[in-house]
Design a protein around this ligand. Sequence first.
Ligand code: MN
Length: 498
Amino acid sequence: MKPSVTESERVKHAVEVAKKAHEGQTRKTGEPYIVHPLAVKKILEEWGMDEDTIIAGILHDTIEDTDLTLDDIRKEFGESVAFLVDGVTKLSTARTGMRDIDTYLPTTKDNFLRLMIALGDDIRVLIIKLADRLHNLRTLSALPPDKQKKIAKETLEVFAPLADRLNMGLLRVEMSDLAFKYVDPKRYDELKNLIEKHNKAAEQSLSKIKNEISLVLKKEGIKFEISGRVKSVYSLHKKLAKHNQNINEIYDLTALRIIVNDITDCYLTLGVIHSLYMPMNGRIKDYIAMPKQNGYQSLHTTVITKDKHVVEFQIRTREMHEYAERGLAASFYYNEQKLTENYKKGKIEHLPTNLLWITELQMTAAKLREGKKVDLKKLKLNLFADKIFVYTPKGDIIDLPAGAMPLDFAYRLHSEIGDHVVGVKINGKMSNLNKKLEQGDIVEILTSKNQTPKSTWLDKIFTPHARSKLLRALNLSARSAAGENVEKPKKHRKPRKV
Ligand code: MN
């Protein structure tokens, strides 16, 4: 799909400048440092990004790590590239601040603001950052284990969801699987094996199904491509958690993808599939008429085949497919000219309509720059749906629904912590348990082993998760006070009818 681009003089020049700037530096892998910016360049090229973004990708670490200045970059490569490099640098210094808790504490809000402004100015900053993170993940094995875990966790909690918000499906899958391998290696291997075993078992019947469908589609004169899609390990992990680890409730372990020419053929193909196999009740989804929030479009249906296999089908056009895999990056490819022109004119309304939240972010950033007041809470709702991200004093990121309070945070860390809360410090200051947490807060829970859970806490809890933990603890302590043996709670089994 992507045009084969002969490398422009500007890009070649950027590579030379980066090589010279990073000369003598090495990565943790032992390779010369330039390997990293060149890898980021390649990723951005694969995504079909515009030249300024690619050049900024090549230079993205020069301001922070070398003698090169923003002025140098502006003179050599122009305002737009300088702007992007500056944005990426701001983004990473904001994050560095979060790592060093002493310098981070007094400037939390300021850092967060900088982060948002950097993001909001030009979404291409975020795309470069995602490419940067992807290559760092691919080479994560060179880092010490504690750093690996931290980066991997942050990836699962911030970057992979962002990739999903931008509908960059391929990126989301690669990032989350790479990261999950470091966060929970045992589980990763377990699930990977499970998927492979399942695929092997399904192989034969799958090729039979492919043949049956191909035959009918050809007869109907529908042009198509059919292929298997492999389920990502991390998404299976998340789904299993939702379904009480019951693998029999996961209906999309085996999926076939059919790509056709136009929307009419999508619906015709759905009809063909349903004429061959029995569709499962409630599992037909029309994301063409009703796209997902991130703009994803497809028809989904799950069927039961003659030999009792459960197979999910995803039917879409080529353009929908490109967009599902590359998301925002694909829109850049399709709309590059228009977007570039609009950026130059300072206009921001020409993003695809399903990515309007980006436009809002950009408008908010513009207001911030003009020194106007903005409701940051609204902004964050747009970026991460209804989530907030708060930090432990060690810098671990915890995501909670907006509205969460300190006890939600405590129970999220561990029920042992939740049950023994005596107080909370937010951003270094003593605070109340009914204080709503805000984006970027650093939350320190104070505990005492003499503390017991209180029923008055129920008013100071927002998440169902914390509520159920607290109720369980209250229940246990009530029964323990009544003299019941609570170590081994009796199972109440319904009498069986014979
Ligand atoms: Mn980098």
